[in-house]
Design a binder for this molecule. Structure first.
Ligand SMILES: C[S@@+](CC[C@H](N)C(=O)[O-])C[C@H]1O[C@@H](n2cnc3c(N)ncnc32)[C@H](O)[C@@H]1O
Length: 311
């Protein structure tokens, strides 16, 4: 996923949100996107990648163990419903695609009233979570699950979850399987429960670094290690969540610049961040106690998503 030549980036103090535009493309950007179309991955290879998706993520964790992603201490800052959740009232969270727990362990520490169901389809990643001394059985239920195939209700009671988080996970799925994953999550959420979402946005810097031979479809690419990445527009995201029975509370691009200290290079990162609420039967959204709708927030995320791709 990230080769040894990957430069390290330093965040520059600039970040803005834009609900409409990811960013303006230069001629060079357009050329790069056009060249990617010269060599699209064959159907045969694409089917193989889909069959081997679980294996490829498991190998990723075999190579990197728990060292690839840094603990995500920014999440409670970025999603105020996590910070504001009533610390005395127990809150049930599902971290879908938990990896080795970089998102969930800081949260468990910060909020003593949280209980987290955590699943991933890499058995190795789940084992890392279970083996972590911070994974107490009365606070965390870690289990292996393919969100696109296995019914979450085998491990999580139906309609029992207050909040689900999808942090850089939906982009790893084939677009055809994204609706199934969202419907799966929808079934375990309480009516009025929400999904907190953050992932790669359309025209993120990483999207332009894919060489010809790595494009699978529009906005969809394969990395050198066989893991895949989709780059979302906010429109697509709204359609996906709406079709799965959610209403959109917020859905916007997060634009960041990161600088490579060594080379003095400034690169534009684009992420999408949103909050989607499971509709109640009457069509109304019920807010989770202790949370507020989050309009016009400014963001200061210390994002560690510096995945590069093979160019
Ligand atoms: C970029 S990692 C993000 C991990 C974690 N959410 C975090 O923020 O640190 C993406 C994760 O999605 C998992 N994943 C990919 N496809 C999946 C699927 N179909 N079902 C469950 N998990 C999946 C991968 O194994 C990987 O751990």
């Amino acid at each position: 996923m990230e080769d040894s030549s990957t430069p390290t980036f330093m965040e520059v103090p600039f970040q803005k949100k834009d609900s409409v535009h990811p960013r303006t493309l230069t001629d060079e950007d357009r050329d790069r996107l056009k060249k990617q179309d010269d060599k699209i991955v064959s159907d045969f290879k694409q089917q193989k990648l889909e069959k081997e998706a679980q294996r490829n993520w498991d190998l990723f964790y075999k190579r990197n163990s728990t060292n690839f992603f840094k603990d995500r201490h920014w999440t409670a800052r970025e999603f105020e419903e996590l910070a504001n959740s009533q610390k005395d009232a127990p809150l049930v969270l599902l971290e879908a695609g938990c990896g080795v727990g970089n998102f969930l362990f800081p949260l468990l520490q910060e909020n003593p009233s949280l209980f987290i169901h955590a699943c991933d389809f890499s058995p190795r990643a789940v084992q890392f979570v279970k083996d972590n001394p911070r994974c107490a059985p009365d606070r965390c239920n870690a289990f292996q699950c393919d969100l696109t195939k296995d019914d979450l209700r085998a491990n999580v009671p139906a309609a029992s979850v207050d909040m689900a988080t999808l942090i850089f996970v939906l982009s790893a799925l084939h677009p055809d399987t994204m609706p199934t994953a969202l419907e799966n999550i929808h079934r375990v959420l309480k009516p009025g429960g929400c999904v907190l979402f953050r992932d790669y946005g359309l025209y993120d810097h990483a999207m332009f670094r894919f060489a010809p031979g790595h494009k699978l479809a529009d906005s969809f690419y394969v990395r050198q290690d066989g893991t895949r990445a989709y780059y979302f527009s906010t429109d697509e995201l709204a359609k996906l969540f709406t079709a799965a029975g959610f209403s959109v509370v917020s859905n916007e691009y997060v634009l960041r610049e990161t600088v490579n200290k060594k080379e003095g290079l400034c690169v534009p990162r684009v992420f999408v961040q949103g909050k989607f609420v499971k509709k109640t039967q009457t069509g109304q959204n019920h807010e989770i106690p202790g949370t507020e709708q989050d309009e016009n927030r400014t963001s200061s995320v210390d994002d560690t998503e510096e995945h590069s791709c093979s160019t």
